[in-house]
Design a binder for this molecule. Structure first.
Ligand SMILES: C[S@@+](CC[C@H](N)C(=O)[O-])C[C@H]1O[C@@H](n2cnc3c(N)ncnc32)[C@H](O)[C@@H]1O
Length: 329
């Protein structure tokens, strides 16, 4: 068997964004999506003063990255958790905050490549798609039980699938006689349901449906919606949160959460900024950063990445500014 691989996206840029928060000896980096440990390994090697905690909900990914990073001894700790549990993970390690947090959203190449995980439409395998196969419902369970209305919503919202309601109707019709068990069952239905001209455009006809089911099975957006504010709460002054998103819904959610946390909560026509109105956070990236053509040529996964970062700034009471009534705009 070949060694599973995952090429880390925007590796140098991510480490450069994390580095200012990890300058102090003993500073703590929390990698919320450890995967095969590519980004964490770079932090361990390039920022020798930092300690690394890696979270993953996939026990197989944790086992592989733990092997890979074992040489770093007690500078590295692996934790099996879902990343919206990050406050509990931090507390369980006896810490009250961390200095930098990173999310590299979605699935790893390893998960797509291992046939039995059922993530890939190109392979016939049990239709599973759980990032943590020890818990929760599989994609087959979802297809065999959800209402046509719910399936339509999932396919439309997470997959932007034009034929969402037609596919959902056919899924419900088929499962009455033959429940779904494998990815081939679903691919076959999609070929029979999506009209031929549409099958010839916009990539593989199963791509959008597989992505949508994966996001639903792992409840990805709801978990992210809880995790981003929790990560902002979990960093100390000078701490940074860095996120790589690959799906427009994820990036929108991150952008909004960062905008909410960095916004001055003051009416725009007020001539001064009232005492205590400074945001506790500043945007480090201007808009979303993307990969350049050379990285995309080497690693096609980089094509859809959107990278954003924020930093916690000094609280208002310690920042230098005139006292009451506030800072004149
Ligand atoms: C894109 S990969 C990370 C790759 C990693 N940066 C590297 O260089 O190897 C995403 C990883 O995050 C994990 N993951 C996704 N959602 C998660 C969640 N809600 N909680 C914990 N881990 C999650 C997946 O299991 C996968 O291993």
């Amino acid at each position: 068997m070949t060694t599973p691989r995952h090429a880390p996206v925007l590796l140098d840029r991510v480490v450069a964004l994390l580095a200012p928060a990890l300058e102090a000896p003993g500073s703590v980096y929390l990698d919320c999506t450890l995967g095969l440990g590519g980004h964490s390994e770079a932090v361990l090697e390039r920022l020798p003063q930092a300690r690394v905690i890696g979270i993953d909900r996939d026990p197989a990914a944790l086992a592989m990255s733990s092997d890979r990073l074992a040489a770093h001894g007690d500078r590295f700790t692996a934790v099996h958790a879902v990343y919206d549990e990050l406050p509990e993970v931090i507390a369980s390690l006896g810490l009250d905050h961390v200095d930098a947090i990173f999310f590299d959203l979605g699935v790893s190449s390893m998960q797509l490549d291992v046939r039995d995980r059922g993530f890939a439409y190109a392979e016939d395998a049990p239709l599973d798609m759980r990032m943590d196969p020890t818990t929760g419902h599989t994609a087959a369970d979802l297809l065999n039980t959800a209402s046509a209305q719910e399936l339509t919503r999932i396919l439309r919202e997470y997959g932007e699938e034009k034929f969402a309601s037609r596919i959902a109707r056919e899924v419900v019709r088929r499962r009455e006689t033959t429940p779904f068990t494998t990815s081939a069952d679903l691919v076959e239905l999609l070929y029979a349901t999506i009209p031929a001209p549409a099958r010839r455009t916009g990539g593989h006809p199963a791509k959008r449906t597989f992505q949508a089911l994966r996001m639903a099975v792992n409840d990805e957006l709801a978990v992210l919606r809880r995790a981003i504010p929790a990560s902002i709460e979990a960093i100390g002054v000078g701490g940074r949160v860095v996120v790589e998103a690959y799906h427009s819904l994820e990036d929108r959610l991150v952008k909004r959460a960062f905008a909410d946390a960095t916004r001055l909560d003051v009416p725009p026509d007020l001539p001064f900024v009232p005492e205590g109105a400074e945001p506790a956070l500043r945007l480090v990236t201007r808009g979303a950063e993307q990969a350049d053509e050379s990285e995309i040529a080497e690693n096609p996964r980089a094509a859809s990445v959107r990278l954003r970062a924020v930093e916690r700034v000094l609280p208002p009471s310690t920042s230098s500014r005139p006292s009451s009534p506030g800072v004149v705009r």
